[in-house]
Ligand binder design. Structure first.
Ligand code: UTP
Length: 407
């Protein structure tokens, strides 16, 4: 793309200020900026003042498959799941492209050491859990790891340095998620440097399209993968490619499944699986009305009582039908390092603009059905979002101890 073409593209989106310092750049920096403009998707920015994409339909409860029922069928479901794993039909997708800002470490979240007497990295915990299933099934499971531009090199180097924590290297596939421009409150993109647009990861909803853009569809096809178990990096207790969960989803003829936990209170800050206009969906805790909080199921228990833990199983063929563009856009306020009026780079102390994201939870609304599958929270839910307090390194360590994991 040459200067004129770049200018024309920017003009279409009213972003010509991106070229303000063009003449001050070296020839090499100019080329880098032109390439960035060519690759950048400015479409999202037009929604910055009109964020109406998140309007909701009619929300009704969706009953979860609960622990007692799972227990009754555990043997059968587990066999079904193991059979699928042995045939190579199940793969896992680790979402590790987030910034982990709340944890406050400059390194990728998965590199965080939660050990006390020895090193226990978050990535290591996840791999250890996967290894249990690999041993049980006596079959390797493909693991796709989504990183971002900001943490890709550190993540891949770390896995290499640690010998993939004993996992088989050829079964681990890294891919980088797409980045999108970040903007001020008027939808004007910020510049991070005079020759560089401020970019931010496009949210965890972009995993499927990014995975395919990087050509991983071939691996999926060649290996005959039919199910993708997507999970977050920060839950150090979660079971991945859990045979019983996979088997329950298959046995109930569902195209998706979501692990859920019983909420500790109706106000707990987790999304609840529900129906929206008759299709599966997730209602956020802040969207629950008093009436919904008071609603009861057939057994007289709270009807929106099961929260999602970012561990979903998707039938792969179903995902190919979902176009990324259909996912609603979430516009999130953020602190974006940018140039001030004089062209100096500043690190803002308060949010100064928006980043534009799609979320994996919105994919649930795109599929025809989804099995809410209850797991015991003290055994499978230890998310690390913060250094201390709720959902923290401290609380996760305590839960690891309860589960006999040496730290
Ligand atoms: P969170 O919403 O907890 O975000 O991500 P985060 O970036 O890890 O942490 P904060 O909010 O900055 O403190 C949930 C999961 O989605 C992944 C994260 O890595 C985590 O596994 N994620 C999030 C991505 O892979 N890409 C993104 O753009 C955002």
């Amino acid at each position: 793309m040459d200067y004129k073409q770049a200018y024309e593209k920017l003009e279409r989106y009213e972003q010509q200020h991106v070229l303000k310092y063009y003449d001050e750049l070296t020839a090499e920096q100019q080329q880098v900026l032109l390439a960035q403009i060519e690759a950048a998707d400015f479409e999202n920015l037009k929604y910055c003042k009109d964020n109406t994409t998140n309007l909701r339909g009619k929300i009704t409860p969706l009953a979860a498959m609960q622990l007692e029922e799972i227990e009754k069928n555990r043997k059968r479901y587990t066999e079904t799941g193991l059979e699928a794993i042995r045939k190579g039909e199940v793969a896992a997708v680790l979402l590790a492209g987030g910034m982990g800002t709340r944890l406050g470490s400059d390194e990728p979240k998965g590199m965080y050491n939660i050990g006390i007497t020895k090193e226990v990295f978050i990535f290591q915990r996840l791999i250890e859990n996967m290894m249990e299933v690999v041993r049980q099934a006596d079959a390797w499971i493909h693991l796709f790891v989504m990183t971002s531009d900001k943490n890709h090199e550190m993540t891949t180097a770390f896995f290499k340095e640690k010998g993939y924590f004993g996992y088989k290297e050829e079964y681990v596939h890294f891919f980088v998620q797409d980045m999108v421009p970040a903007s001020d409150y008027n939808g004007k993109v910020y510049m991070e440097e005079k020759g560089k647009i401020a970019m931010s990861p496009n949210g965890n909803g972009g995993w499927f399209s990014s995975m395919y853009k990087e050509g991983l569809l071939e691996v999926v096809r060649e290996a005959g993968i039919e199910w993708l178990n997507v999970f977050a990096v920060d839950n150090v207790l979660q079971r991945i490619a859990d045979p019983c969960f996979v088997g329950a989803t298959i046995a109930n003829n569902c195209v998706a499944g979501a692990k859920v936990v019983k909420k500790v209170s109706p106000d707990e800050r987790v999304g609840a699986l529900c129906l929206e206009d008759g299709r599966p969906s997730i209602v956020e805790y802040y969207e629950l009305t008093d009436e919904m909080k008071a609603a009861k199921d057939e057994q007289g228990r709270p009807a929106y009582d099961f929260g999602v833990i970012l561990n979903y199983l998707f039938k792969e063929s179903m995902l190919e039908e979902i176009v990324d563009g259909q996912l609603p856009l979430h516009i999130v306020e953020k602190k974006i390092p940018c140039l001030d009026e004089e062209g100096n780079c500043v690190e803002p102390e308060a949010p100064n603009g928006y980043k534009y994201e799609t979320l994996v939870l919105d994919m649930i609304h795109q599929v025809d059905n989804c099995l809410p599958y209850e797991v015991e929270r003290s055994r499978e839910f230890a998310p690390i979002k913060n250094p201390t307090g709720i959902d923290s390194v401290e609380s996760a360590r305590e839960l690891c101890r309860l589960n006999g994991i040496e730290l």
